[in-house]
Ligand binder design. Sequence first.
Ligand SMILES: C[S@@+](CC[C@H](N)C(=O)[O-])C[C@H]1O[C@@H](n2cnc3c(N)ncnc32)[C@H](O)[C@@H]1O
Length: 235
Amino acid sequence: MNIDDYKKYMTAEMLMGPNSARILEELLKKYPLRLNEDNTVLDLGCGKGLTSLIIARETGVKVYADDIWIDADDNKRRFEDWGVGKQIVPVCEDANNLSFKKKQFDVLVSIDSYHYFAAEFVFFENKILPFLNDKAVVLIGIPGIKDEYTGRSEELLSEWLGNDAYMFKSTSEWKEIIGNHDRIKMIETWEMGCFDLAWNEWFITEHKYALGDKHFFETLIKPYTCFVGICVKLK
Ligand SMILES: C[S@@+](CC[C@H](N)C(=O)[O-])C[C@H]1O[C@@H](n2cnc3c(N)ncnc32)[C@H](O)[C@@H]1O
């Protein structure tokens, strides 16, 4: 996979924050997916579906693209325009209340969105795990706080994030939040390497929110925050 093949989609119209394609690229390089045509992927909090497009094109499998802010019909139109209308199913459901079949998904991907809804300790076990097949793989990339500042998000980041600062958790906090369960074989959390590149590719879109973020990059975002990578493999 060459993520630069998708450069034409890395625009102010498509991106909703630091470049989701770049975050996905790092997750897939570290944990390549081995899928066959019967497998199914859930892209949870997919936004405008750029990561869903990449997964669909690169793996050939069926992708369910779920997002709560972006209307499913908007995403449907985009997927049809991109020629993947038959392969990607757009869904508009709250991650807290998904209506998929039990064990429907072999892979769950969630980029720059899991922190909005999943910080309750029982969330993974109660709201996600039931929909994952045996041997499923979960790949998550989200903004968080560096480990050395664990527990200090609101103190350090409120000037930039306002009331959302609490969502920024460290790699060690996310490991605890995902928790233990009999079905989990392994969990790894780490600080991702694509931080500068993904932020810069957001800034160069000159989206009005990118310009707002850029204002805080040197003083708050770069010193205190990171992207947290999470991989969970099931038995
Ligand atoms: C910053 S955007 C990122 C979107 C996309 N993954 C990307 O990286 O471009 C966060 C996304 O999380 C989604 N989201 C937030 N809360 C959600 C929930 N409870 N259920 C489903 N999606 C949610 C929003 O709809 C939003 O599109």
